[in-house]
Design a protein around this ligand. Sequence first.
Ligand code: G3H
Ligand code: 13P
Ligand code: ZN
Length: 310
Amino acid sequence: MALVTTKEMFKKAYEGKYAIGAFNINNMEIVQGVINAAKANNSAVILQCSTSAIKFAGIKYLKALVDAAIADTGVDVALHLDHGPNMEAIKECIDNGFTSVMIDGSHYSFEENIKVTKEVVEYAHARGVVVEAELGVLAGVEDEVSSDKHIYTDPDQAVEFVKATGCDSLAIAIGTSHGAFKFPPDFKPQLRFDILEEIQQRLPGYPIVLHGASAVDPAVVAECNKYGGKIADAKGIPVEMLRKAASMAVCKINMDTDLRLGLTAGIRKTFGEDPACFDPRKYMASGRSSIEAIVDSKIKNVLGSVDSMK
Ligand code: G3H
Ligand code: 13P
Ligand code: ZN
């Protein structure tokens, strides 16, 4: 019942064949929506902030919101820096009480990625903080670097990278990508489970992370569009593939886009049904409820993390 690292969470998740949800937070209503669903399911959760979230809300506000959520609900939370770009951002998060950081060196050469990750691991471990690294490139926009092709993670390199850096978890590229437009409308998504399986065999017990794992529920997109939105051709990762990954070595599944869509759908619905509304408590409550329902469904149907706090 506290702010914790991901160490114990991942150990239990690996053994229990489920994953912990990592949800991006930007404001109070997102924190509350996620935490309420986690509490209702007795599930541990990872709340993560990108550097853009920190720029938007302020690191002290975000940390205070997470502290308040834990004090209010008793949910086990790891506070994580998502896509940390450099040592400066990592130090700021560690200084402000984050329990986990990601160093995203995926756009560097293999050798350079090892070098920057190793430096972060040394700094973070000395302060009791765990480190997620990334190897391989997801298609789409990632950390201001865009690629039109996946560069799938090479299992040989994954083994060498983990041994050389001592990172606590590794994000891999097996066909997911960031954002709401992951695939062309008529494309049949397929994750490279063969790569995941090989990495799992070569690194038994080691926690793997999946970024770009929003499912992009057509019903939520339709709700946005019904009330004035114009979101065309959005497509995400099929739920059954995410569930399969969670039952394998994937211990952390990152979702941001699904929360953005949910919040937007809830707010748009309120304005659509009540154009005279200008009370932020009304439309923000509606957005928060949408997030809560989405995270509830993720915990039950995607992650399998119900009762992970027992
Ligand atoms: O992977 C990126 C996350 O969705 C965060 O996005 O940098 O716009 O906050 P952001
Ligand atoms: P989505 O855009 O699929 O939600 O991925 C979020 C993510 O990977 C955050 O790091
Ligand atoms: Zn990501």
